[in-house]
Ligand binder design. Structure first.
Ligand SMILES: CC[C@@H](C(=O)O)C(=O)SCCNC(=O)CCNC(=O)[C@H](O)C(C)(C)COP(=O)(O)OP(=O)(O)OC[C@H]1O[C@@H](n2cnc3c(N)ncnc32)[C@H](O)[C@@H]1OP(=O)(O)O
Ligand SMILES: [Co+2]
Length: 136
């Protein structure tokens, strides 16, 4: 079950430039910056009440963010939905005819397990599912 929009991902050319821009825009500082090597990105996160914005900068030319910037330029890259049980949600979506890009959830930023759906299946919007990793 999807519970809420967990974050909106925005592809940027330069985190330094966009951190400054979003700090002035939102009136608050990013609360964390985190590199996720497996995705070829460095992120920074802003939070206003329950709304999270994830800025993403590419760390190598093969990164999905580098490709996106090349084709579409800076802008909204994905919408991430929080799910209660990512494994169950992947099975539910497969039953609805979707093909997750990664059937096995992978480690994302900000202590989350994540899974993506291709934008060609979802009206041109890259969808991310994410579930918080709880301490065992
Ligand atoms: C920080 C970790 C994590 C978190 O915890 O929050 C993240 O958010 S990581 C974010 C970066 N990682 C990903 O995006 C992983 C999932 N994405 C992918 O696997 C790929 O990007 C893709 C969606 C499969 C596309 O890859 P590929 O087919 O190799 O790229 P192309 O450049 O050839 O694009 C094909 C086609 O799709 C369009 N496209 C690509 N990305 C997007 C997008 N984000 N939104 C909308 N459309 C997208 C692209 O424009 C091409 O369209 P056409 O040119 O019309 O064919
Ligand atoms: Co994301």
């Amino acid at each position: 079950m999807m519970t809420n929009v967990e974050h909106i991902g925005i592809a940027v050319k330069s985190l330094a430039v966009s951190n400054d821009l979003f700090t002035r825009l939102l009136g608050c500082n990013p609360y964390k910056s985190e590199a996720v090597a497996s995705e070829g990105v460095t992120t920074s996160f802003f939070k206003i009440n329950q709304t999270k914005i994830e800025l993403l900068e590419a760390t190598n030319p093969d990164s999905p963010i580098a490709k996106f910037l090349e084709k579409k330029g800076e802008g909204i890259h994905h919408i991430a939905f929080e799910v209660a049980d990512i494994y169950a949600e992947i099975e539910r979506l497969k039953g609805e005819g979707f093909t997750p890009l990664n059937e096995t959830p992978k480690r994302g930023a900000d202590n989350k397990l994540v899974c993506f759906l291709h934008p060609k299946e979802t009206n041109g919007v890259l969808v991310e599912l994410c579930q918080e990793i709880k301490p065992s």
